[in-house]
Design a protein around this ligand. Structure first.
Ligand SMILES: [Zn+2]
Length: 287
């Protein structure tokens, strides 16, 4: 199991590889914006201020600290969810997910060299190969989440895509997810830009995002969709008692996808878990 987030080792004025910081959409209620379409976050925010996406227009140092803290929170959330680790990427080997802090995280470049962060423990070799392949192929994402979560691992053994039968599954409509059936391979299963989730056959799940929070929220959604699919397949097996499987219609699935697979939407949704982990640890994971 592993999570990785690419974190530049140092900030320079010429650092053109850093993604652009998006502008917060805090002007949605002004008259000049009345005729434009609402963003997904504006759509779900009824009354009061609009739920916000990732922080914008912050310094490099603040962005870097934000990424590390949120990554540590994701590990603590995974531990609480029972996604127990067998392997790690930029998190070090030998530290329980539930105890991980920002200063434990190892910074490794795509050549596999440790270039910063915690140097007291190694990263995981298999995790490095998977995540390096993703980040080399997908310059549009800053984070990838992979681990051997229970339902994801079980459903992956079927080698089947997810059916569009829950809101969680609809986040992976059409090309947004794929099944990668080369067990043990290290080719990038998410090479196509539209893809944000992948079922690694006989292995586990892999999601990507522009923030670790987005990738983590999508990971939870994939895991939940796999859990639900396992339950529905079991309940409808053999047509016992006339129980059948109902799918969400194409149009409604598309509406769900366009709203709930939005990057800012996913980031904002994960903040309840970030806040929960912060409160439960007294902020320990930011150490
Ligand atoms: Zn794995």
């Amino acid at each position: 199991m592993s999570v990785v987030q690419t974190i530049p080792a140092a900030a320079t004025p010429a650092d053109s590889t850093q993604r652009e910081i998006r502008v917060n959409r805090q002007d949605s209620n002004t008259s000049s914006n009345q005729n434009r379409e609402l963003t997904p976050l504006e759509t779900i925010s009824h009354g009061g201020p609009t739920l916000q996406g990732p922080p914008a227009n912050v310094s490099f140092a603040a962005e870097r600290l934000h990424r590390l803290n949120h990554m540590a929170a994701v590990f603590r959330h995974w531990s609480r969810e029972g996604y127990f680790p067998q392997s790690f990427w930029t998190n070090p080997l030998g530290v329980h997910f539930g105890l991980l802090t920002a200063s434990d995280i190892v910074l490794v470049n795509l050549d596999g060299r440790v270039i910063g962060g915690n140097r007291s423990r190694p990263a995981n070799t298999a995790g490095f190969l998977i995540h390096a392949a993703v980040h080399e192929a997908r310059g549009d994402v800053d984070a990838a989440c992979h681990c051997h979560s229970p339902a994801g691992k079980a459903w992956s053994a079927t080698g089947r895509r997810l059916d569009m039968m829950t809101q969680d599954a609809c986040k992976f409509l059409g090309d947004a997810h794929a099944v990668y059936d080369a067990y043990g391979g290290i080719d990038c299963p998410l090479a196509r830009p539209a893809r944000q989730g992948c079922i690694l056959k006989n292995h586990g799940l892999l999601t990507v995002g522009r923030t670790v929070d987005e990738a983590a929220w999508l990971f939870d959604a994939t895991e939940h969709a796999c859990r639900d699919q396992l339950a529905v397949e079991a309940a409808t097996a053999g047509g016992v008692n006339g129980v059948t499987k109902a799918l969400i219609g194409e149009e409604q699935a598309r509406v769900n996808f366009e709203l709930e697979a939005d990057a800012d939407y996913c980031y904002a949704e994960f903040q309840v878990y970030y806040d929960y982990e912060y409160q439960m640890s007294g902020g320990q994971f930011t150490k």
